[in-house]
Design a binder for this molecule. Sequence first.
Ligand code: AMP
Ligand code: MG
Length: 344
Amino acid sequence: MNTIITSIDKDNIDNEKIDIHANILRNGGTVIFPTETVYGLGANALDEEATKKIFKAKGRPSDNPLIVHIADKNDVYKLAKNVNESAKIIMDKFWPGPITIILQKSDILPATTTAGLDTVAIRMPSHPIALRLIERANVPVAAPSANISGRPSPTQESHVLEEMNKKVEGIILGGDCSVGIESTVIDITNETPVILRPGKITYEDLLEAFLQVDIDPAILEKNENIVPRSPGMKYTHYSPKADVYIVKGEENKVIEKINKLILENKDKKIGVMCLEKNAHKYNAQVISLGKDINDVARNLFKTLREMDKRKIDIVYSESFDTKGLGQAVMNRLNKAAGYKIIHV
Ligand code: AMP
Ligand code: MG
């Protein structure tokens, strides 16, 4: 497949360039575009054949529903039934932004978009290129992360080009994604909102808007008996080729343990992921995830990809506090590690 690749400056958007891709979407094609969370692989959410192309390009299981992206809050009323008070609160307080709401679906959506569920996931992103593209395509855009299923989500132009060129009709290159992990997903079909996937809008942020917020237990621990309510959360995710281990405990003990493991595995290529302040303390290839939890979120997926590029056999990662954004970071890191945690 020939892929039209266009670089667009998010601070000075050229509508002629946007329209090339808006037309592809309107004509049933697929376009990869930047959002503030990760790059998305989009198609017209109302067009069954177009949405099938998303699953094909990603190798995504057909029972994993898509998030529908909009550029106008009023479109929620077309895509969903029973738009309740909770929906209005999230739209007012957090949209446009990195949070997705689950509502009862309306009849205009094909079963492919929602993977046969009677609910729909909707988000209004804040990235100016995403907003302009959706606005000018003038259709709701179903868009999961633009990676091959199971791989880390793409947060930089090179990730998209390396993995998805020739698999889609259009690619918009618009620089790095500022958040770096996928949106918070919150089910608001019942009285108490339930977080199905943690993200940049945190549990603590949501408690400022709601009296009570529940968290799907599947987020907090790996337990064969708990089936996640967000179908996508049950799949292996973010897997680099390297074997990833999280080392958890008091900071000095973690550093000591990782250095011991490095010595014990001298025949292997070892990579360490850590906070910048600890980067000089390890005797292996070290990639700093940054100064704080925002940096860690932004850099996590690109670092996992970088470990693969360097052909690292084993990655040891520091662990992070699950307060605030840390919950989303640890959710992704736990999955990348296949829940292999070394306690010290
Ligand atoms: P992705 O866009 O790749 O981040 O995947 C979208 C995520 O949203 C997946 O984890 C889906 O399971 C979840 N999702 C989409 N629609 C629904 C829905 N109707 N109910 C629950 N989770 C959903
Ligand atoms: Mg994804």
